[in-house]
Design a protein around this ligand. Structure first.
Ligand SMILES: [Fe+2]
Length: 171
């Protein structure tokens, strides 16, 4: 089964030889984007109970198709906002370690988006009266959610580390 493993291989983190510019985060903006994204939270809150049990999912399949397409669109917006306002090139200040983490996390967006786009395509191809297809889809979705939640967690950690770095706290 295909898992949505995110790897930094080939990511922008390997391109630090391009000079002194470093990728940094606008910690306040990035945090605002996450806090303000009520639509994304609402969608995930609607999808979670429906997909907790395969039979429930099967009973709500047309609704799930709509929700998955809404989730794809929301994530497209979410990643674009983060990339437009949450990350920036910093010529001077940011620490090399934070910059590497920022590069890795930003480079996960295309993989995450490709995964949710595939899922929103797949959901409409599933025969909801075939339990094995429903189960398979739910496993794929759960796997995506774990990777996405980890990504979000790591970005929140990066926000905190960047704030500490600005304040001169920590190592
Ligand atoms: Fe992100």
């Amino acid at each position: 089964m295909k898992q949505f493993e995110i790897s930094s291989e080939g990511g922008a983190a390997t391109h630090s030889e391009t000079g002194t510019r470093r990728l940094a985060v606008n910690a306040a903006f990035l945090r605002d984007i996450k806090d303000d994204n009520q639509d994304l939270k609402m969608l995930l809150d609607q999808i979670t109970p429906i997909t907790r049990h395969p039979q429930t999912a099967a009973n709500h399949w047309p609704e799930l198709i709509t929700l998955m397409s809404d989730l794809r669109d929301q994530l497209a917006l979410h990643f674009s906002l983060e990339e437009a306002y949450g990350y920036f090139d910093d010529a001077v200040d940011s620490s090399p370690q934070l910059s590497v983490t920022a590069e890795v996390l930003r480079s996960e967006h295309p993989f995450l988006f490709a995964a949710i786009r595939d899922l929103s395509d797949q959901v409409s191809e599933v025969c909801s009266d075939r339990p094995e297809e429903v189960n398979h889809f739910i496993e794929q979705l759960d796997s995506f959610r774990r990777v996405f939640e980890k990504h979000e967690e790591n970005e929140l950690e990066l926000i905190l580390d960047s704030l500490d770095d600005d304040l001169g706290v920590g190592d």
